[in-house]
Design a protein around this ligand. Sequence first.
Ligand SMILES: *Cc1c(COP(=O)(O)O)cnc(C)c1O
Length: 360
Amino acid sequence: MERVYNFSAGPAMLPLEVLEKAQKELVTYQSSGMSVMEMSHRSKDYEAIINKTEATLREIMDIPDNYEVLFLQGGASLQFSMIPQNLMTKNKKIDVIDTGSWSAKAIVEARKFGEVNVVASSKKDTYSYIPEYKDSDFDKDADYVYICSNNTIYGTKFTDIPDTGDIPLIADMSSMILSEEIDVSKYGIIFAGAQKNMGPAGVTVVIIREDLIGHAPEGTPSMLDYKIHADTKSMFNTPPTYTIYMLGLVFDWIKEQGGIKEIERINKEKAGILYDYLDKSNMFKGTTAVKDRSLMNVTFVTGDAELDALFIKEAGEKGFVNLKGHRSVGGMRASIYNAMPIEGVKKLVEFMTEFEKRNA
Ligand SMILES: *Cc1c(COP(=O)(O)O)cnc(C)c1O
């Protein structure tokens, strides 16, 4: 069967070139005589793989030397707990901007460690925009300020990020990492689950400023302590070896495309094609505020649940799959991560145009 255009929010599409490279190396990796899956994580061959993966990520994201890159498990969701466990330790209070389920889940976990102040929220309008806030709203004594840079479910993203001064800014970038250029030095911690824009599920990348390591209180389980993972170079226990290898291939692919600058240009073009159509269409409507539109997750509706269902069904039959919106919001969502080729978006818009004509 031919490959489909997979608009899944995650696990999501991977670049075909990456899958083919992995296929070629699947049974025997270079001169090792074995699959990467069969290698000891302490072997020379594997050490070279993980080191190169980290080095390439540092290069494409331009990560400053005073940041550690960790490859952890437990998904982005474990970071909702691990961050407060390690950092809600001084004044035991934090500030959060609530932009939907993913920040809401982080709030639930952080409340187990202290006081969580929701500085701004767009909950009353089903999170269809990034709420207004002023940099002066942040509490100078907050242990950190927390945001979710791109809300995968509602399709919103921060275009400008808060200026929190000396308060560390922590960002969940699971659904937008590597999609556009960012200045790592503005953040205390950036974290992202792999399965949206970096590779298969199973690893979470944590980019953490050195001074934020080593604050876990006594009694913290070793697996939840950033210092232990940093000191052991993500090898405290067996890391998800094959997933990390796959990340390395994706990072190489990004470099081959011309780096994140070029990826960002393509992503803007891709999202632009879809949003331009939504703005013109009499049937389909974007659901988020124009100023806060995500480049990665494009959410839209027809306004008629039956028509939505018919569209999703017919699109699926044509090879445009996983267009159903998140179960909490309904409608449609086209996730167009880095690996979605521009033709996929163009062909989807062609199909939408045809569907609109036929059902007008
Ligand atoms: C998918 C996602 C998560 C959850 O990731 P898991 O790896 O399943 O824990 C968290 N935050 C955002 C923004 C996501 O898109």
